[in-house]
Design a protein. Structure first.
Length: 453
């Protein structure tokens, strides 16, 4: 499992520090907010249970980036952990081996998941034929992440995950896996179900959705997965996870369970500062998802691909809670990675921090805000020539609403932009400048750089 980049997100304590923290805020809509108190953060950390995925016989690897993720789970298998970490409990990505330089991604279940909602329940005992299962298993491959340590040493295998062959076209086969499986790789290999190894090319990878697409020579590949629909799933229906738990030793392992929950919201920390950047929607299942299953297949009783295995809760108090990326959410991302090598998202062009992190005296003296203004983001920097620059936004402006929707944090701003708008849309921004409420129209452009930079 692999690496998510570390970024600094500094808190404002005085005017000079406000300026300094704003200058160091993540570039262009990619900023973390300090919206929890130190005591709350410590309490959350105490609830996280690090899990060792492997005790390396060689030099000790640094903690991996995907803070679902933690060190190796079993000795003797090369595993450097990346992972999401549920802020309520430890979460590890279902990768057997992980990349040495990976950063951690922290994840937390949101309160929406605890609401009592009427949902359809399946009571049927679905079965899948052994022939269908065999064909599906042939589409699941091992993905080996090989990283060069330096100029003078040989490349080392940094991690092994799983992937799914979902398409064959023009002599090439296409494989979907997790971003954290391939992150930081200098070379990639896939291992077919028959044991053959092929060199793979990375077409594109997206940290936000934790998806990546690879391509290999398809001349020896005959079977591809049938893509199903995750929108038609019912809680209680059969689900099976296929992958390579703990590496290639147990390649092609199949575990059976049910769909335990739908539309689970999990907050993701991409730069390991303890603050969420994004909320991802996942399928919950009790089919066993173990280290090494990251990027593998979650299938229904018809043998159709309904999700990409991604993470699990790692806690002594919890059993049978794993997560997969819904295939309906993955499809458009896979298509963009195939054609463009990246996912294009709306871009504003600011660095900012949450108003809630600014000391009261700066709210009054520097920003000149009245007591009634409590939610918003304070612009630290406007990228020259960006959409924000062209719309007239300036440093120290406090954005409170977009199209009438309250924006309390940069995560909320990004979620609104990425889910409610498209490149080229014109949005109405409500903001305060020196205590005076103003509005401006801004035309969204394509994002220019990685999310966390």
């Amino acid at each position: 499992m692999t690496n998510y980049e570390d970024q600094n997100n500094k808190e404002v304590t005085e005017e000079s520090n406000l300026q300094e923290s704003q200058n160091n805020a993540h570039e262009a809509d990619n900023i973390e907010t300090h919206e929890e108190s130190v005591n709350e953060q410590e309490e959350i950390k105490n609830q996280m249970q690090p899990i060792s995925s492997h005790q390396n016989q060689a030099a000790q690897k640094p903690q991996s980036k995907f803070a679902l993720f933690l060190s190796s789970l079993f000795g003797g298998i090369t595993v450097a952990v990346i992972g999401f970490i549920l802020l309520l409990s430890g979460v590890i990505p279902a990768n057997a081996d992980e990349t040495p330089n990976s950063t951690e991604n922290n994840i937390a279940s949101t309160e929406e998941n605890t609401e009592n909602t009427a949902i359809p329940i399946s009571t049927s005992d679905d079965a899948i034929s052994s022939n269908t299962l065999s064909n599906v298993s042939d589409t699941v491959v091992g993905v080996t992440n090989i990283q060069a340590t330096d100029l003078w040493s040989q490349s080392d295998q940094a991690g092994t995950g799983s992937g799914v062959i979902y398409k064959k076209e023009d002599g090439k086969a296409y494989i979907v896996t997790n971003h954290h499986v391939v992150e930081g790789a200098s070379e990639l290999e896939i291992i077919l179900s028959n044991g053959d190894t092929l060199n793979a090319e990375l077409l594109g990878s997206d940290e936000l959705t934790d998806l990546a697409v690879l391509t290999v020579d398809g001349s020896t590949i005959d079977t591809v997965a049938t893509l199903g629909s995750s929108s038609d799933l019912i809680v209680g229906e059969t689900a099976m996870a296929i992958g390579n738990p703990l590496g290639t030793k147990f390649a092609g392992s199949v575990t059976k369970g049910i769909i335990s929950g739908l539309e689970r919201a999990v907050e993701v920390d991409l730069n390991s500062d303890g603050q969420p950047d994004w909320t991802t929607e996942v399928i919950q299942t009790d089919a066993a998802i173990n280290p090494g299953n990251s990027g593998g297949a979650l299938i229904d009783s018809n043998g159709q691909l309904i999700g990409i295995n991604s993470m699990k809760i790692a806690s002594a108090q919890v059993e049978g809670i794993g997560f997969a990326i819904p295939i309906d959410e993955a499809k458009p991302v896979m298509e963009q990675l195939e054609t463009n090598g990246r996912v294009s998202r709306p871009f504003v062009g600011i660095s900012a921090i949450a108003l809630s992190t600014v000391p009261d005296r700066h709210i009054e003296q520097t920003l000149k805000l009245e007591d009634g203004v409590s939610d918003g983001v304070v612009i630290a920097e406007v990228q020259p020539g960006s959409a924000a620059d062209q719309a007239g936004l300036q440093r120290y402006d406090v954005i409170t609403e977009i199209n009438g929707t309250t924006i309390p944090s940069m995560m909320a701003l990004k979620e609104y932009l990425y889910t409610e708008t498209e490149i080229g849309d014109q949005i109405n921004i409500t903001y305060y400048r020196e205590g005076v409420q103003q509005e401006t129209l801004l035309t969204l452009t394509a994002q220019q750089q990685d999310l966390t930079r």
